[in-house]
Design a protein around this ligand. Structure first.
Ligand code: NAD
Length: 363
């Protein structure tokens, strides 16, 4: 199969859909890889590395889309990319179609076979191609929060780990899933005192078994959260109710319970945010203040560490890319129900029920 990897064109997107190591794996199995010139340059993946891995470098996205049987990307295709897709071609990338009727229409019109990373499932009912980005965001939330606590950033001037003779910061992580456990690990690693809240008793039990008395686990209620606000320095919002907007767990009037300069990091901002006062921000301007409390609400946190995120993402996406290339998309999708759950659009039809229902297409 001929696999094409274009350079990402969405604003401030520096990730790339395939690393040189991935190109080599595909090449070793007899596949041909073409990569757009400078596709990974901004994260230190050079054209030379791709060439050494057996890939061919081409100058334009037009050539990639014209020649490739399968396109591997990171972000949803932009209108100019949708227009280059053709019937029978496979597109393997994040799509997030439900809130994006324009893109959906363009992909339906293209006739291509479009597999969305975010709906591929695994045996445990998880979303294996979303999880790596939650790991990145969870770990990053603590470094972002620690930075925001600094005086020059508007914070209260507290060092997360304290020092001998001075107590560490109090960190409250709301939601103990993939983001939450990774945030808690980083905060514990920096010697902060960490409390994690969840609504799943199974999850709290698991966290307790793994971390013992290094981590305080609390069942998540509005009372439990409110009770902790007066002495918490950093709150990480990491909840998810699949398919629904994030519940608002801290109301504006509750901000007055917190010490001035304390920090809220709302990782769930991509689902609308779990604090009433959250609004999406960017890496260029990540924080703002409401009632003396610093808010960090970057909607695409992994983009800030694009090199790590590229490796994390492609570690998860490559095994499916190999299946698609080896067997051809049709057979690979027939053989693997979890990969099939990723199929969102095929030959002019929506093939993912939630997207069809949300956007009023036949299913
Ligand atoms: P997950 O499903 O692994 O974990 C979510 C956890 O929240 C679950 O354990 C669930 O029981 C818990 N929960 C639900 N309601 C709760 C409540 N009221 N109180 C406490 N806990 C509650 O999800 P995840 O992968 O950790 O993702 C968490 C959020 O982070 C999602 O909204 C996801 O979209 C978002 N995210 C954002 C970025 C970003 O760049 N901003 C990146 C990755 C993920």
């Amino acid at each position: 199969m001929l696999i094409g990897v274009p350079k990402e064109i969405k604003n401030h997107e520096y990730r790339i859909g395939l690393t040189p190591a991935g190109a080599r794996e595909l090449g070793a199995l007899g596949h041909q890889v073409i990569v757009q010139r400078d596709g990974g340059k901004s994260i230190g993946l050079t054209d030379d590395q791709y060439v050494k891995a057996g890939a061919e470098i081409v100058d334009t996205p037009d050539e990639i889309f014209a020649r490739a049987d399968m396109i591997i990307k990171v972000k949803e295709p932009q209108p100019v990319e949708c227009a280059m897709l053709r019937p029978g071609q496979v597109l393997y990338t994040y799509l997030h179609l439900a809130p994006d009727p324009e893109q959906t229409k363009a992909l339906v019109a293209s006739g291509a076979t479009c597999i969305a990373y975010e709906t591929v499932t695994d045996r445990k009912g998880g979303l294996p191609l979303l999880a790596p980005m939650s790991e990145v965001a969870g770990r990053m939330s603590i470094q972002a929060g620690a930075h925001a606590l600094e005086k020059a950033q508007g914070g209260s001037g507290i060092l997360l780990g304290g020092v001998p003779g001075v107590k560490p910061a109090e960190v409250m992580v709301i939601g103990g899933g993939v983001v939450g456990i990774n945030a808690a690990r980083m905060a514990m690693g920096m010697n902060a005192h960490v409390t994690i809240l969840d609504r799943s008793l199974d999850r709290l039990k698991y966290l307790d078994e793994v971390y013992g008395d290094r981590l305080t686990t609390i069942y998540s209620t509005r009372d439990a959260i409110e009770e902790r606000l007066p002495y918490t320095d950093l709150v990480i919002g990491a909840v998810l109710i699949p398919g629904a907007a994030a519940p608002k767990l801290i109301a504006r009037e509750q901000l007055s319970l917190m010490r001035p300069g304390s920090v809220l990091v709302d990782v769930a901002i991509d689902q609308g945010g779990c604090f009433e006062t959250s609004r999406a921000t960017t890496h260029q301007n990540p924080t703002y203040e409401v009632d003396g409390i610093i808010h960090y609400c970057v909607a695409n946190m992994p983009g800030g560490v694009a090199r790590t995120s590229t490796f994390a993402l492609t570690n998860a996406t490559l095994p499916y890319a190999l299946q698609l290339a080896n067997k051809g998309a049709r057979q690979a999708l027939l053989d693997d129900e979890h990969l099939r759950n990723g199929l969102n659009v095929h030959a002019g039809k929506i093939t993912y029920q939630a997207v069809a229902t949300d956007l009023g297409y036949a299913y």
